[in-house]
Design a protein around this ligand. Structure first.
Ligand code: PGA
Length: 255
């Protein structure tokens, strides 16, 4: 962690949970965010349909609310899609480029770039996910893959006059597997990401929080946050249990 950047912990609920549980979990997360105060930025990226009821329940708390995706388009004949303008009343941020969307929906870096632009036009933060697959790590191309994802998705960003960007390094093989990456490898990739950001705009390298994601738990979160270039965590499975999510935020506060 770097004292110049506030740590960021974001829960990614994915296609979970049901209505009743979502409201209960949101209340718990709001309590966690308020307890953390300005020590940690705490957010949850939740299914579109829960945005409005959750926002109502957590109104007045410090919990940041996000969507898990957004359309690159403003409006029009895009059946099933949701625009940045539609989520803006309830959202502070949206995830873009999650590997599950790249894999199951064939998302390209160019679409992801347009999604970031759409979020910025609506005044929201983009949480951009990048990461290599197991075979890319095995064949030694992980750094090149991640740099390419980052460069293509941020084409046109200048670092000035834009709401902020957050980057989550999520090795695909570590997501939902219970096998997290080694802290040394996470730090190595995070400093690489910061160097790529510096080529785009030096201010982006200084200000952009870089999160690690992939089987983060309350028990292992501190080792990632102890990496010099890591500023937070994107948490999937462990964010669905209020007590576990609270444990991750507590662990970060204790560093
Ligand atoms: P996980 O998911 O914590 O369950 O590995 C992380 C993510 O997909 O963002």
């Amino acid at each position: 962690m770097n004292p110049g950047r506030r740590p960021v912990i974001v829960g990614n609920w994915k296609m979970n949970p049901d209505h009743t549980s979502a409201l209960a979990l949101a209340r718990e997360c709001a309590g966690v965010a308020d307890e953390a105060g300005d020590q940690v930025t705490v957010g949850v990226a939740i299914p579109y349909v829960w945005l409005s009821p959750v926002e109502e329940i957590v109104e007045g708390s410090r919990l940041q609310i996000g969507a898990q995706d957004v359309s690159p388009h403003v409006s029009g004949a895009f059946t099933g899609d949701i625009s940045a303008g539609m989520i803006e009343p309830w959202c502070d941020f949206a995830i873009v480029g999650h590997s599950e969307r790249r894999q199951h929906h064939g998302e390209t870096d160019e679409e992801i770039r347009d999604k970031i632009a759409a979020l910025h036009s609506a005044g929201m933060t983009a949480l951009l996910c990048v990461g290599e697959t197991a075979s890319q790590r095995a064949d030694g191309s992980a750094r090149e893959v991640v740099a390419g994802q980052l460069q293509r998705a941020t084409t046109g960003l200048t670092g000035t006059g834009q709401p902020p960007l957050q980057v989550a390094y999520e090795p695909v093989w570590a997501i939902g597997t219970g096998v997290s990456a080694e802290p040394d490898d996470v730090q190595d990739m995070a400093s690489h990401i910061r160097a790529v950001l510096a080529q785009i705009a030096p201010v982006l390298a200084e200000t952009t929080p870089i999160l690690y994601g992939g089987s983060v738990t309350a028990a292992n979160s501190q080792q990632f946050l102890n990496c010099a270039d890591i500023d937070g965590a994107l948490v999937g499975g462990a964010s669905l249990k209020g007590s576990e999510f609270a444990g991750i935020v507590r662990a970060v506060r204790e560093i």
